[in-house]
Design a protein around this ligand. Structure first.
Ligand SMILES: O=c1[nH]c(=O)c2ncn([C@@H]3O[C@H](COP(=O)(O)OP(=O)(O)OP(=O)(O)O)[C@@H](O)[C@H]3O)c2[nH]1
Length: 198
């Protein structure tokens, strides 16, 4: 299957391409087919709604394609009033992965270090949502950035049953923890089981 991804985030597009390739699928950015367009503003209601809004927006312009969109965020137990579904907007003052990783480390300093990372992927066809899948990862925020296989969140997220950050793992080791990869698997499984829906 070929998917068109509604995203402007280069790292996210690459991770989705890797996640879908495992199952022999292909992901292309919508900008391969259309000029770059501003997405509708994200809301504060849910990751599912934000992902669906992006997928629907591009699906209406490319109705015959399977369009996917992802919304991800990080919720800190110590600061539940920020980040989460607003992660992209709350991190705008920290534009580089190193800057936002350091900011998050500071936010949990001396406090509860647990986090929940969530990804929702919406899939649209003919201007309608056909499926939304979610996945979450729980664990602890590291006290310093660690690892070379990734940046940003990957260098500070330690999954619950590990002592390493995601960036300290090889890709094969980290794959089972990646919310985007696991959500992608759920979507592909759904589409294979319900081929007549699309
Ligand atoms: O190091 C990271 N590894 C990740 O895996 C990851 N996923 C999300 N983020 C951060 O969370 C915001 C929300 O992202 P988001 O889902 O709203 O997407 P976005 O606005 O960047 O792109 P788009 O897809 O909407 O064009 C993004 O800006 C990033 O700061 C990540 N950082």
């Amino acid at each position: 299957m070929q998917f068109v991804v509604a995203s402007h985030n280069h790292d996210k597009i690459e991770e989705l391409q890797r996640s879908f390739r495992v199952c022999n699928n292909e992901v292309i950015p919508y900008t391969d087919l259309l000029p770059k367009i501003k997405f509708p503003p994200e809301g504060n209601r849910s990751y599912e709604k934000n992902a669906s809004d992006k997928a629907l927006f591009i699906s209406k312009l490319l109705p015959d394609r399977l369009v996917i969109a992802d919304d991800s965020g990080l919720l800190l137990t110590a600061r539940p009033e920020i980040l989460g579904v607003r992660t992209a907007r709350d991190l705008t003052d920290y534009p580089t992965p190193h800057q936002y990783a350091q900011h998050i480390i500071r936010l949990v300093q001396g406090k509860n270090r647990t986090f929940i990372m969530q990804t929702s992927i919406a899939c649209a066809h003919q201007g309608k949502i056909i499926k939304v899948v979610d996945d979450t990862l729980k664990g602890q925020i590291a006290s310093t950035e660690r690892g070379i296989n990734g940046e940003g969140f990957s260098r500070i997220l330690i999954p619950r049953d590990s002592t390493k950050t995601l960036a300290q793992m090889t890709f094969n080791e980290s794959y089972p923890y990646l919310t985007r990869a696991r959500a992608a698997e759920k979507l592909i499984r759904f589409l294979k089981e319900n081929r007549d829906q699309c």
